[in-house]
Design a protein around this ligand. Structure first.
Ligand code: AMP
Ligand code: ZN
Length: 117
């Protein structure tokens, strides 16, 4: 655990969060500033600064993240209506929290994923 990392604190139960799932590898909790009716973050319990740090040895945790995302989508009733599952990596992507997290977003039509030129 990295003590000054807010997501490590949430994983450890030392900071408040609306946790919807936790197991030995992964925690999922509501984003504090949701952009859609469902906006949940799925994070590895272990601290990785970003997706850039993850690779060949991390197959188990990456597989679990996908499994948990799909399970939480079902729990929240958006598995049929659809959702986005996205990761911001580094400054150009707008990553703010440097503990890798996957955004599970849905519950309304999200429109095209528009990028400004
Ligand atoms: P990103 O730009 O991908 O780094 O997104 C960081 C996300 O974390 C944003 O959507 C924030 O609203 C969210 N966030 C920041 N602090 C917390 C927190 N304490 N609990 C839940 N979500 C948080
Ligand atoms: Zn962390």
């Amino acid at each position: 655990m990295t003590t000054d990392c807010i997501f490590c604190q949430i994983v450890a139960g030392q900071a408040p969060a609306r946790v919807v799932h936790q197991d030995d590898l992964v925690t999922a909790f509501w984003d504090i500033r949701p952009v859609a009716p469902v906006h949940i973050l799925v994070v590895p319990n272990r601290h990785y600064e970003s997706l850039r740090e993850m690779g060949e040895g991390d197959g188990a945790v990456l597989g679990r993240i996908v499994q948990v995302a799909n399970q939480v989508a079902r729990q929240e009733g958006i598995d049929r209506s659809g959702y986005r599952f996205i990761v911001n990596v580094g400054p150009d992507a707008g990553q703010i929290v440097y503990h890798v997290h996957f955004h599970l977003i849905g519950g309304r039509p999200l429109g095209p994923m528009v990028l400004r030129r």
